[in-house]
Structure formats: structure tokens, C-alpha cells
Design a protein around this ligand. Structure first.
Ligand code: SF4
Length: 941
């Protein structure tokens, strides 16, 4: 530690600190226009000049000068201030003087510093004038006249985002910021993250938003990005009842960075197609109706299905018994990984409490059900073991089945930063993703061969005695039987199955095993297979064998897809799990929830989402409630889904926009989006974070919590304010009579905080968390009591299940392999610019401009084999359906493989995928591998 004095105050800081950092530690603000915390000092703007006693020149740039023992610094001496003013005057002399019209006003650092220092513009004739603004990018403009050449955008792009798109061109008065050495931003390789825009201290790089009134006139609400599971913190900027912008916030997951979706894809909030009134189906057509009628019909159908009767139910009258399926088995609900924890908790409570059913599921079935099952089996907890910041410590990073820079972009950038500082990257993926391009080893394996690859790597670790003997002995069980079972798995055999080089398997295994700190990151390229759970357990085996668990910079990290998919699982929106993963089959758990909610609960395991649809197709589902999901596009085999939903007795869809699924509904309930409600999301690293209401919902749309609580109230479960005791009589409604046998002990609140508190009291992992404690950076569960700080790293002293369990998994090929009739392996995924089924991102004009068109990616040689070239229209057919799409030839795709993003309704990739190939344990469908044939579309010519 080094001791120095700044403005007469003593500071004691690490010897590596700069004067700027030491001053900030004391709360002394030194102006700077070019400094980026966390990056090497740039020292370019010279606004941070301070007086340093005894230094050669007397003055030093605070951002670039390391502290020294006994140093005496004055930040406010007349000399330092004069020097700073001179620098500001020089910058201002070149800068346009139209602050009055500049929308950056209110957030412009130059403006602020000039104001503080009393610097006014002096006409010198040096002002940059009339260089043409670059308006080519869909989301932001660049005004070169306003650019002060501080280099923050260049260094942010190069060193934080790690895209390296922006540079400088020219010299002297001609010097300018230049994407890709001279292209416009729109024509460059810019990935539209907007991190350069956020870094710009002046109004040179500015978001393009018609309704943005300027920073001086916006309200800021700190909340969480509604897209992927990274859980980036954002500030929503609102004005006049609209979201008019997003600024990144310095949250724990993102440290001030965002991706294109989090930064720019917010205009869906105020989109004119938002659902604003309930819709009911009359004479086959969805028409607007009152909430009273819509909810009356919902409750009516619910009771009719559950009980076969419903006092006050007109629809039930005149119908013969057996005309529609009856009983709790015929009721089902699909919850939403986009909704808050509180909403998901109340959703499952509604169906368990009032429906006496565990037929509750959500989209985790399609992404990480195999993680929940696999890691729960081997470690006792199906969640990411390490914090995102653990990446910064890792020597080796093994990314498998994850196109991280597109699906979890902010984590992708963090991995790229780790590679820049010297970490070794290993990537296993059938495509040469951006990370694969940076990797020391790219294992370009055939889709569906993960288990073979991991077993072959494990065999190397066992054969070469690279495993961590102490860890294995003290922290694990069943090592010997597992190691024995690997005898069949030579790297040569792995190479043959996977289509990679045996030597690469050896190198990858050695690198991972020998690293001091190594982390595994995986996503749906591992989980969305009929062997998904096996793949997850095999990765767990690698981590256990090498002792890469329970300490910083290690771990096994499933990257969760949607913003709150971790939370929806935590909240018990699963057919066999109550909140907190307490099993419905566990009598003690069931008794605890029964007692808390005041009704007996069913112990019978419910149906998964795929099973619900299969049951529906057989005519066995009388009532299905889908909240914030679009299974017509997201579930495999779309034709089967359409058929199944068509046979549901009564379909309720609750969403923010009309979707392909809501088009089939009997009732559509308009809901509030993330910006219009309070609550919490739990991100991929188990961090529970506050979501805050920035504005009201449009029209008559209601918060999901309100809708669910009202339904519960109409079903006889009292709807009261938090803290008040339930009053059964108050919950009765004229529209529907109430099941007299229902218990009325349960408080059903529309207050998100009260719902959270109820949930936390029942869920051990959340027990110590409260809204008051979430005001800062959120808390990572488990957090067992109010004084517990949360748990960034799992399994530190013991695995959640006690000892880590080795489970050998035999490899089997995908259920549907390529053959003469269907010779190409078809795999699906996401791209950077779209999100899930495009309900939100499909309504963002800029994203449509960049990535609005569906496509298939094929290796040029594979394309040529079928007479196709880039830009052609191709027909792709599987045993379940066919579609037409545009061919993109990409050398980055393995030969014999076709990749298609599943986002686009116009060419729904899930028309082709195999809904019958399920993982036997997790029931996740094999979305990542089926067989197709490809040909030139008739319409191509
Ligand atoms: Fe949002 Fe994910 Fe992008 Fe972060 S990385 S801004 S959470 S979509």
C-alpha cells in the first residue's frame, strides 16, 4: 500500500493505483474526458492535470500517473486549474457552439467541465464546421464536428467490447474517428452494441430516437435488460409516457456494457401493436371485450374443466358430460421466463392451489431442463456455479455448445477480454463461431456428438493421470466405476465419432486439466439433445475429475437463455418441483407448501410442456393458460403444436403482443411489459436483481401479477393488500361462483414485494433476500438468512448434495441421423439481433433492417452439392415439414450441416425439428439435430 496526500487529505491505496483512482477513493472528483475505468491509462485529453509537488514539470495527468509514497498532490491549486482551463479552452475552440440544440446537453462532460471552470468559447476560427454527419447506422448518428478525438469510443470498441471496429484515420486537422478505416458506421462490421455511444463524453455519437427530448428532460429508472440471461443493468430513459432511450448502468453482470438488444431494442414498449384490451373469441373471431367478461370466461372455463361444473357458467349448460376433458389432469399452464419471479411464483401457485395440478412448465424445458436435471444429479444444484466475473481469473476457458458472442454478448465480450489478457480458449462447436475463431483449439464436432467428445477428453485425463487426486478423494464419489467405464473411449474413437482430430482432443483435455483455474461455459448446443442430460453430466465429470469447482475462476457454467429463466425454475414453474426445487414427490415439502397455502396439494408429477402438447393433441387438455410464451414457434414440430393447440378445450394467452399462439386463443389478456412493473429477475449467475416500473401499461393492459391475483380472487382465494389478513367474503365475484371447498387462508397480493416476501419465506435459497437488500447490486442465491451476503461460488466446502457424483454416460447418436433420403444434419440456434420468436425484436425497425430476413447457413461445398449458391432460395424438408428460405454460404459451418435461426415465423425452423426425440430424463426435445434434405426452391428461378 502507498500513502500520499491529496488536497491535504491522506490516502492509502495499492501501489498500482493512479492519482485519479486515489482521488476518487477520497471522493475528490478530477475532471477527465478520456479516462475509462479498468483500462490502461490513455492520458490523451490532459483535462485531468494536477499539481504534484517535486515533479519535474510540476503538473502531471492524474489518470496516467501512478501514486508514490509520500506524494503530495493538489487537484485545485491555481496552477492546476489554470492548466485545466487552458486545455478546455483549446477543445472548446474547435467544438461547435450549439449546446442549446444539442440533445447531449445535461449529460455532456465537456459542457459540464466548461461550466464548472467558467470556460467560455473564444472565437479562434478553429471551429470544426459542416463535416457531414454519418447517419448510416440504424441506431445512432456520428457527428464528426462534435468529436473531440478523446479516443474513448476507439478504446471501448477495441478493449472492452473487443470488436476493434473503430479506429483513427488522418492526422492533424484531418484526424477523425473511422470505423473499419474509413467506412460509414452503417457499412462497417460494427455489431451495434452502442458501447461507443455510451462512452462518448460529448454529443458526437448519439442514439437516434425521434422522441428523445435531450438528456436534460428524461427520467431515469434503473432496471434490468429484458432480453438474455446475462442480466445487464440498464437505465430506462422515459419522457412523456414513452421509453425514449436506454443507458447502460454499472451493474455487476455488465460493468457498464450492453449489447445491441439491451441498448437499442426498447421501442417495442410503445409499439402501436401492443395488446391494450382483452380479446374474446366470438363467432370464431377475436374481438375486444371488457376485463370483467374476459376473466369471467377464463374462470368459467377453468371451473368447468376442473370440476365438470360451474355455477354461473353459461358455457357449461347444455353440454354433455365428457364433451370436454375434465379434472385437474386436464388443466395446464405454461409460465414465462420473461416475467418476474413474483409473477412466476403466483402463476404456479394459481395452478397448484386452485387447479390441484402440477401441469406447469415453461420454456426452460426447451433450453436448460437438462442442466437442471444433470447438475442436480451430480452436484445437487442445477445452476451456474460461478459468478460471471470469475472469467477474469481463468487461465483456460472451455466454451462448448454456445455461440456466446451472439447469444450472451456481454459475457462473450468478457471472454474475448480474457483471451486478450492471455487466457487459453477451447471451443467445441459445429460452427466456427466468433469465439472459435479466437480459440487455441476449435473442436469442430458433428452435431449430436458432445457426449463422445467429453468422454474422450475424460479418458485422456484418466489415462494420463491428470485428475486431481485430492479433490476426487475428498469431494467426490463413484470415480472408480466412472473411470473404468471410460476404457472404451480412446481419443481416436472420439475423433471418429465427432469428426475432429484425436490430437486436438488430447490437447484440449490436457489444457483443461492442467490449468490452475479453468471454467466451462455451455448453452443449448449441449442441452438441446436427446442426450442433453448426459452431456451436462459429462461436463460435470470433467470439472469434478480436475477439481475445477468450488474456488474462484473455476466452475461449470450453464448460460441461461431468457432474462428470467433461472428465476422461473427457482419459482417452481416445473412439473415436478415446487418453489426452491422442493420435489412434489417429497411429502415434507408438499406438507410445508400445503400448510402455507392452506390447501392440500397434489403430489403427482405434472406434464412437461412437450407432454402437455402431446396430451392436448389427444384431446386431453380442457384448459391451457399460456403466459408470455409463443410455443407455435418455439416448440419443435410446429405443425404438431398447431394441431395440439387447436384441440385444447379452452386456450388463454396472456401476452404483450399478438403472437402466432394468441391467434389460436379463446381469450387474449393484455399484459404489462418489463418496463411497466416492479419485481425481480434472477440472472444466469443466480443473481436476484430488482426490476423497476418506469411507466404505466398501455390502454387497459394490466400487470401479470394483477391478472393472476384477480383470477385467484375470482376462484375464491382472497385478493388483499399485503399484510392484511385474507377475507374470503371479499373475494367473491358476481361473475362466477366459488368452489365452496376452497380454503381462504391464502393471501393473494398484487404487491410484488409482498409476493416476494411470501416466496422467500418458503424458498430456502431466497430466504435472506428482501427488496430492501436488493437496492444495490442484487444478491446471488443461496442466501439463507438476512445477514448472509449471498453466494457467488457454489460448492466451496461441500457440494450441495454432499459429494460430487461421477455418472458415466454412454454416447448414442441423435435420434434422427442423416440418411440417403435426408442427407444433411439440421441444427438451429439464435443470432445476435433477434430474440426468441421476435415478439419484441421483430418490432424494432433497426433490427429488422440489420437482420429481418430468415436464412439458412451452409458450407459452400455443401451448397454446391445441391446446386445452390449464396442468395438462392432453398427448400428444406424434414420428415415433419418443409420451408423455403434464403441460402447463406458460410465456410464457418461444418460440411454436411445446415444451420438456421429459429426466430423467423416466415420460415419457422421448428417446422423441421423433431418433437418426438426427447431426452429421457429432462424431456428436452432434440432441437439441435435432425435430418433434412435441401434443394433449390421452385420459386428460386
Ligand atoms: Fe441484455 Fe443480454 Fe445484451 Fe445484456 S447481453 S444487454 S442482458 S441481451
Amino acid at each position: 500500500m502507498t500513502t500520499l496526500r491529496i488536497d491535504g487529505r491522506a490516502a492509502c491505496v495499492p501501489g498500482s493505483a493512479t492519482i485519479l483512482e486515489a482521488a476518487r477513493g477520497l471522493g475528490i472528483e478530477i475532471p477527465t474526458l478520456c479516462h475509462i475505468p479498468g483500462l490502461e491509462a490513455h492520458g490523451g485529453c490532459r483535462v485531468c492535470m494536477v499539481e504534484v509537488e517535486g515533479s519535474k514539470t510540476g503538473f502531471m495527468p492524474a489518470c496516467a500517473t501512478p501514486v508514490a509514497e509520500g506524494m503530495v498532490v493538489r487537484t485545485d491549486s491555481p496552477g492546476a486549474v489554470a492548466m485545466r482551463k487552458a486545455v478546455l479552452e483549446m477543445i472548446l475552440a474547435e467544438h461547435p457552439s450549439d449546446c442549446f440544440n444539442c440533445k447531449k446537453s445535461g449529460a455532456c462532460a465537456l459542457h459540464e467541465y466548461c461550466h464548472i471552470h467558467g470556460v467560455v468559447k473564444v472565437e479562434t476560427g478553429l471551429e470544426k464546421k459542416f463535416r457531414k454527419p454519418d447517419v448510416s447506422h440504424p441506431f445512432f448518428n456520428f457527428d464528426p464536428d462534435k468529436c473531440i478525438l478523446c479516443g474513448k469510443c476507439v478504446r471501448t470498441c477495441e478493449s472492452l467490447q473487443c470488436s476493434g471496429v473503430i479506429g483513427f484515420a488522418g492526422r492533424g486537422r484531418s484526424a477523425r474517428v473511422a470505423p473499419d478505416w474509413g467506412f460509414s458506421f452503417g457499412a462497417s462490421s460494427c455489431v451495434s452494441c452502442g458501447n461507443c455511444v455510451a462512452a462518448c463524453p460529448v454529443g458526437a455519437l448519439m442514439p437516434r430516437e425521434r422522441h428523445f427530448p435531450g438528456y436534460s428532460y428524461v427520467k431515469r429508472t434503473r432496471t434490468i435488460c429484458p432480453y438474455c440471461g446475462v442480466g445487464c443493468s440498464i437505465e430506462l430513459l422515459t419522457s412523456g409516457g414513452r421509453v425514449v432511450g436506454v443507458d447502460p448502468a454499472d451493474g455487476p453482470a455488465n460493468k457498464g456494457l450492453l449489447c445491441v438488444k439491451g441498448r437499442f431494442a426498447y421501442s417495442f414498449v410503445n409499439h402501436p401493436e401492443r395488446l391494450t384490451k382483452p380479446l374474446v373469441r366470438r363467432d370464431g373471431v377475436l374481438v375486444e371485450a371488457s376485463w370483467d367478461e374476459a376473466l369471467g370466461r377464463v374462470v368459467d372455463a377453468f371451473l368447468r374443466t376442473r370440476d365438470g361444473k360451474g355455477p354461473g357458467s353459461k358455457a357449461a349448460e347444455g353440454e354433455g358430460e365428457g364433451a370436454v376433458p375434465r379434472g385437474p389432469h386436464a388443466i395446464a399452464g405454461l409460465s414465462s421466463a420473461r416475467c418476474t419471479n413474483e409473477e412466476n411464483y403466483l402463476f404456479q401457485k394459481l395452478y397448484r392451489l386452485a387447479g390441484h395440478t402440477n401441469n406447469i412448465d415453461h420454456c426452460a424445458r426447451l433450453c436448460h431442463a437438462s442442466t437442471v436435471t444433470g447438475l442436480a444429479t451430480t452436484l445437487g444444484s442445477g445452476a451456474m456455479t460461478d459468478p460471471i466475473e470469475g472469467i477474469d481469473l481463468q487461465d483456460v476457458i472451455f466454451v462448448t455448445g454456445s455461440n456466446t458472442t451472439e447469444t450472451h454478448p456481454v459475457i462473450g465480450s468478457r471472454i474475448k477480454r480474457a483471451v486478450k489478457r492471455g487466457a487459453t480458449l477451447i471451443v467445441a462447436d459445429p460452427r466456427r463461431t466468433e469465439l472459435a475463431g479466437l480459440a487455441s483449439i476449435h473442436l469442430e464436432l458433428k452435431p449430436g456428438t458432445n457426449v463422445a467428445l467429453y468422454n474422450a477428453m475424460a479418458a485422456v485425463i484418466v489415462d494420463e493421470e491428470l485428475w486431481n487426486k485430492e479433490f476426487v478423494e475428498t469431494r467426490t464419489e463413484d470415480f472408480d466405476s466412472w473411470a473404468k467405464a471410460l476404457a472404451d473411449w480412446s481419443p481416436e474413437r472420439g475423433a471418429e465419432v465427432c469428426g475432429v482430430a484425436a490430437e486436438d482432443i488430447r490437447r484440449a483435455a490436457r489444457l483443461y486439466a492442467k490449468a490452475e483455474r479453468a471454467g466451462i461455459f455451455y448453452a443449448m448446443g449441449v442441452t438441446q439433445h436427446s442426450s442433453g442430460t448426459d452431456g451436462v453430466m459429462c461436463l460435470s465429470n470433467l470439472a469434478l475429475a480436475c477439481g475445477k469447482l468450488g474456488r474462484p475462476g473455476c466452475g461449470i457454467n450453464p448460460l441461461r437463455g431468457q432474462n428470467n429463466v433461472q428465476g422461473a425454475c427457482d419459482m417452481g414453474c416445473l412439473p415436478g418441483d415446487l418453489p426452491g426445487y422442493r420435489k412434489t414427490s417429497d411429502p415434507a415439502a408438499l406438507a410445508a407448501f400445503s400448510e402455507a397455502w392452506g390447501v392440500p396439494l397434489s403430489s403427482e408429477r405434472g406434464l412437461t410442456s412437450t407432454e402437455i402438447l402431446d396430451r392436448a393433441a389427444e384431446g386431453g387438455i380442457g384448459f391451457l393458460h399460456i403466459m408470455g410464451e409463443n410455443p407455435v414457434l418455439s416448440e419443435p414440430d410446429s405443425n404438431h403444436v398447431l394441431h395440439a393447440l387447436g384441440k385444447v378445450g379452452f386456450l388463454v394467452v396472456q401476452d404483450i403482443f399478438p403472437t402466432e399462439t394468441s391467434a389460436l386463443a379463446d381469450i387474449v389478456l393484455p399484459a404489462a411489459c418489463f418496463a411497466e412493473k416492479d419485481g425481480t429477475f434472477t440472472n444466469t449467475e443466480r443473481r436476484v436483481q430488482r426490476v423497476r416500473k418506469a411507466l404505466g401499461a398501455p390502454g387497459e393492459a394490466k400487470e401479470d401479477l394483477d391478472i393472476l391475483a384477480t383470477i385467484l380472487g375470482r376462484l375464491g382465494f382472497s385478493q388483499t393488500e399485503a399484510g392484511k389478513s385474507a377475507d374470503a367474503s371479499a373475494s367473491f365475484d358476481a361473475v362466477v361462483s366459488v368452489d365452496a371447498s376452497a380454503s381462504f387462508d391464502t393471501v393473494v397480493s398484487t404487491d410484488a414485494g409482498a409476493v416476494f416476501d411470501e416466496m422467500a419465506a418458503l424458498v430456502p435459497q431466497y430466504r435472506g433476500i428482501s427488496y430492501a437488500r436488493l437496492e444495490g447490486d442484487g444478491i446471488q442465491w443461496p442466501c439463507p438468512d438476512a445477514s448472509h451476503p449471498g453466494t457467488p461460488i457454489l460448492h466451496v466446502d461441500r457440494m450441495t448434495r454432499g459429494k460430487g457424483l461421477f455418472v458415466h454416460a454412454a454416447w448414442h447418436p441423435p435420434r434422427e441421423s442423416e440418411d440417403d433420403e435426408y442427407p444433411v444434419v439440421f441444427t438451429t440456434g439464435r443470432n445476435l439481433y433477434q430474440y426468441h420468436t421476435r415478439t419484441m425484436t421483430g418490432r424494432i425497425d433497426g433490427l429488422t433492417r440489420i437482420a429481418g430476413e430468415h436464412y439458412v447457413e451452409i458450407h459452400p461445398e455443401t451448397a454446391a452439392l445441391y446446386g445452390l449458391a449464396g442468395g438462392d432460395r432453398a427448400t428444406i424438408a424434414s420428415r415433419r415439414g418443409s420451408l423455403e428460405t434464403i441460402v447463406r454460404t458460410r465456410a464457418s459451418v461444418k460440411r454436411g450441416v445446415a444451420f438456421m435461426p429459429f426466430h423467423y415465423a416466415q420460415a419457422a425452423a421448428n417446422l423441421l425439428t423433431n418433437g418426438l426425440a426427447l431426452d429421457p430424463m429432462a424431456k428436452i426435445p432434440e432441437l439441435k439435430a435432425c435430418a433434412v434434405r435441401i434443394g433449390k426452391a421452385d420459386s428460386s428461378s
